[in-house]
Design a protein around this ligand. Structure first.
Ligand code: COA
Length: 271
């Protein structure tokens, strides 16, 4: 059973970029299960069609369109489509991201540009389009999906770490500039989330499995991120803005990586 009422977001519209797969898809389902109508965008129409059928089966109303968030005109077209279909756009989750693990000296100029273009400029493009088309006049909630790298050097992730540092900065600045207009902006930095493309690519690159390498001893699920998004877009967090929340099983604050107690299995009661 969830911690929030199932009609918590009734009447609201949530746009999740990259919502056809992985963490974004999990977030969209959590928001949809709590009453929001869902809009998703991604580059691959086959992923969108599969996701739309799943939303339909779950009784969640869904709009979708293809979009490369690096292209401002495409972004503006999709945002206009969401507004035409649903008439409002209350929640934006900037989730779409590109990533491939590689040492910096082996990343081509174009490869670095591709990841920063999607992760940072894409977040800017979509935030700006949604702000101009809707939120500046009606308020709203933005949640940016970041990475738990703040203040760290990150092997194999120079492009992503640089881009996500920019996303964290954008989160704080938008919160400050847009707060007076009734817009809250926060970010979530997910740790290891099971069965996502990002973790699979990383495990393949380093040749080890990451599962459970945090103090809680288990990999997170996409719902674990979705539930924090739900809190951040709800009235329960009405005084929270401009923050980056690590949702990582305490991995990021684990200095010595020692386990002085054996991990316990999560139970239904504790989840
Ligand atoms: N290793 C090294 N370089 C890579 C690469 C890899 N695994 N994947 C892409 N690149 C380079 C390409 O070689 C190209 O550079 P070049 O023109 O100098 O050769 C550049 O990145 C752009 O590649 P392209 O295939 O045109 O990329 P794109 O713009 O369509 O998308 C990514 C690039 C990064 C988004 C792509 O790797 C991707 O789709 N990733 C999957 C999304 C993902 O991982 N999501 C989880 C996020 S945590």
């Amino acid at each position: 059973m969830g911690a929030f009422r199932s009609d918590l977001l009734a009447g609201q519209v949530a746009f999740v970029t990259g919502g056809a797969t992985g963490i974004g898809n999990g977030i969209a389902h959590v928001l949809g299960r709590h009453g929001a109508r869902i809009a998703i965008a991604s580059r691959k129409v086959e992923n969108l069609e599969r996701a739309a059928a799943e939303f339909d089966a779950a009784g969640i109303e869904c709009f979708y369109d293809t979009c490369d968030i690096r292209e401002p005109e495409e972004v503006e077209r999709v945002v206009a489509g969401v507004l035409e279909r649903f008439g409002s756009l209350d929640i934006l989750v900037n989730n779409a991201a590109g990533n491939f693990p590689a040492p910096m000296r082996k990343i081509s100029y174009n490869g670095f540009r591709a990841v920063v273009g999607i992760d940072l400029l894409g977040t800017y493009n979509v935030s700006k389009a949604v702000f101009e088309a809707w939120m500046k006049d009606h308020g709203g909630n933005v949640v940016n999906i970041s990475a738990p790298f703040e203040g760290m050097g990150v092997s194999l992730q120079s492009h992503v770490a640089a881009a996500k540092a920019g996303v964290d900065s954008l989160t704080r600045t938008c919160a400050v500039e847009w707060g007076p207009l009734g817009i809250r902006v926060n970010a979530i930095a997910p740790g290891e989330i099971a069965q996502t493309e990002g973790v699979a690519r990383f495990e393949e690159a380093v040749g080890t499995r990451a599962e459970g390498s945090n103090p809680l001893g288990f990999a997170g699920a996409t719902d674990d991120i979705g539930n924090v998004v739900l809190f951040l877009v709800s009235e329960a967090s009405r005084f929270v803005s401009g923050q980056v929340f690590c949702v990582d099983g305490a991995s990021g604050v684990d200095a010595f990586k020692l386990r002085v107690e054996p991990p316990t299995e999560p139970t239904d009661e504790s989840s």
